[in-house]
Design a protein around this ligand. Structure first.
Ligand code: GLY
Ligand code: MN
Ligand code: MN
Length: 438
């Protein structure tokens, strides 16, 4: 914690600076940032799990407080309007006493609808940032999530502060602890559901506390990229285990994947080779390089892996040129990571938000931006045996380039993904996931 406190002042100073810049550019007086409010299920009086506005939790580690507001203008001490109702139906969160308190002028709001009294009287010159457009309009804001303001903030969010690095190291440490516990119960033959319970229990998490829905897949299910089912029965023949699961710390996500083989076999060898490939990709993450180029280089190395493992009977180059590799690696190499698992700003070439699409052949890639120091990425190459994609390939002119018998041997294992979280520093990369012991 002390480390966090040390870096926090500089973090806030940086946000103040960015706010000042964007307000000046857009001719505004201030930003009014809404944490959000509970969203009710249609025709029901129960709400969905609350997720705070990322622009709100960028400033301070309050991730579960509804109806709260930040007023910032880049010059004055920011105001925090903290919602603390008198409510005998729900647990009320008192204001936490923490290192960040002194950076805000804190006002307590007891009745959500009375926030108006604490907001600027004249809304002209103030932009509302948040999800509830109808609330903003009712309060009299005419500038609601102005696109130039969001673009500026999203572009700069890719550059993380030392405070944010520390938060993400912590979220990685949490996730790694749970990954290790999950691996142990896979090796004990447990079901997907029990592995998930072990993961959550290790972190004292409920399902809503993870940054994204965990993927916990055994055997063939490892081939389903967003597998969300949790099979309750133990596998009769455990072969493989893919777990894509994260953790949160102060609103910052970890996003980590591992794949394990139950026995030492060909699939285990393929995992070891993919691990090497993933480390090669991480090594290629360098300031000044385009993430698109790194993806394309890794794509080519997957072609080599297909050749080395006799999954194809043509040269790796042919597998790349014909696009066969996409059958086995149908997603992007990774993405920006931070307040959101798929963090914003990945397609922006500049602070105006000029959008750059990834090349058409790699349309699923989530960033087209040049890699720079202080950015945080996932690197997550995969190699899968996906029935629907293999069926399409079998029906194509390239079908004869595949050693189907070897491919069929791998189908029962589903596939492999290995995902780490990396800080790009000027002089080196910091693999937070491996340094946390995974
Ligand atoms: N867990 C989502 C992803 O890896 O992008
Ligand atoms: Mn992931
Ligand atoms: Mn990811």
């Amino acid at each position: 914690m002390t480390n966090l406190g040390t870096h926090y002042a500089a973090h806030v100073a940086q946000l103040q600076q960015r706010t000042k810049q964007v307000l000046k550019r857009e001719n505004l007086d201030g930003l009014v940032i809404h944490s959000g409010q509970e969203i009710k299920v249609f025709l029901d009086d129960y709400g969905y799990p609350f997720k705070a506005n990322p622009h709100f939790k960028h400033w301070l580690p309050l991730t579960n407080i509804t109806n709260s507001w930040l007023l910032v203008n880049g010059e004055d001490k920011p105001t925090l309007i903290y919602y603390q109702p008198v409510d005998f139906w729900h647990k009320v969160n008192p204001l936490p006493i923490s290192y960040w308190n002194e950076f805000f002028d804190i006002k307590i709001l007891t009745v959500a609808s009375e926030v108006e009294k604490l907001l600027p009287y004249d809304k002209k010159g103030f932009a509302y940032l948040g999800e509830h457009v109808e609330v903003a309009k009712a309060l009299g804001f005419s500038a609601v999530n102005p696109e130039p303001v969001l673009s500026y903030l999203h572009y700069h969010r890719a550059y993380k502060s030392a405070y944010e690095f520390e938060c993400m190291r912590q979220s990685n440490q949490l996730a790694v602890k749970a990954h290790l516990a999950a691996k142990a119960v896979f090796m004990a033959g447990m079901s997907e559901f029990d592995i998930q319970q072990t993961y959550l229990k290790t972190l004292s998490y409920s399902e809503n506390d993870t940054p994204y829905g965990n993927i916990v897949a055994l055997n063939e299910n490892c081939s389903i990229l967003h597998y969300m089912v949790l099979e309750r029965n133990k596998p009769s023949d455990p072969r493989s285990f893919l777990i894509d699961a994260g953790a949160n710390f102060h609103g910052y996500a970890a996003d980590i994947t591992r794949t394990y083989a139950f026995k030492q076999n060909k699939f285990a060898e393929l995992i070891a080779r993919m691990d090497q490939l993933q480390l090669n990709a991480i090594d290629g993450l360098r300031p000044g390089k385009s993430y698109v180029d790194l993806h394309i280089e890794t794509y080519a190395e997957i072609g080599q892996v297909l050749q080395e493992f006799d999954l194809i009977n043509v040269d790796a180059n042919i597998a790349v040129e014909t696009g066969i590799v996409s059958t086995f690696f149908p997603h992007g190499l990774g993405h920006h990571l931070g307040l959101q698992t798929h963090d914003v700003g990945g397609f922006m070439a500049d602070e105006r938000g000029t959008h750059i699409n990834p090349p058409a052949a790699h349309g699923f890639l989530r960033t087209s931006r040049v890699i720079e120091a202080n950015q945080v990425f996932t690197i997550e190459p995969g190699l899968y045996f996906i029935d629907s994609l293999l069926a399409k390939l079998k029906d194509s002119p390239q079908a004869s380039m595949i050693n189907w018998q070897n491919v069929d041997q791998m189908r029962p294992f589903g596939g492999i993904r290995i995902e780490d979280n990396i800080i790009v520093h000027q002089a080196n990369n910091e693999n937070m996931t491996r340094e946390a012991g995974l």
